[in-house]
Write a protein that binds this ligand. Sequence first.
Ligand code: 13P
Length: 287
Amino acid sequence: MLVSAKEMLTKAKAGKYAVGQFNINNLEWTKAILLTAQELNSPVILGVSEGAGKYMTGYKTVVGMVNGMLEELKITVPVALHLDHGSYEGCMKCIEAGFSSIMFDGSHYPIEENIAKTKELVKITAEKGMSLEAEVGSIGGEEDGVVGAGEVADPNECKQIADLGVTMLAAGIGNIHGKYPANWKGLDFGVLAEIQKLTGEMPLVLHGGTGIPEEMIKTAISLGVSKINVNTECQLSFAAATRKYVEAGKDLEGKGFDPRKLLAPGFEAIKATVKEKMELFGSVGKA
Ligand code: 13P
């Protein structure tokens, strides 16, 4: 059964580790992430962007697929199904479809409007027992059509949003979706420390997990980050493994063209990436 992300993140914050949110795109992604979480006895959050939801033919299909896998694969670790960077309308659709968690990304609105809309969603998600992530200060780069300027969040605005009763808070601290440019300045730990001081127990969320050096990940966790989002890195490892298979001519040998064979190396590559991240984030054995 899908669960809200509240309990797993409260435990992560207290235990000084982070739970990974891994974005899904299709059946292979979902199965690879769920099996790895079960093998490592780790809680996990499946992220679905609005674009990926559309690609998978809609949120109801996603809920059906994930619930089916939880049962058929006998997954017993805590799993949350979470809308990533949702619009207000997208949040409503996911609540209706049976997601257990949503993110409302109101970071592009003036703070008053972000507060007003987040407040409404706090009420609705509380009634449904769902978790809600809010965002202050946009994440740089682009993800599925959501483009962020990459501002560093104002800690006082973070406190205002945290006080509304959201479950977890994403704050821009110089992080970017996708690969980091060579001249990237790194995460702003001064601002993160200030946000953590003002928001106390609130689990903080680090987006743009792909390509952040290990030491920075560890420092971020020590400063209150308890959820880390990873998307591009699984895409890169899937693509590299698939490329290797095709370039070696394996799809031309026997029935190597069978999608169950063609997609197998990419599937294993996603599993390896997820394992590596869960070990780095410290969530192994924490289910
Ligand atoms: P990356 O694609 O950079 O890993 O970011 C993922 C993310 O933050 C999803 O919201």
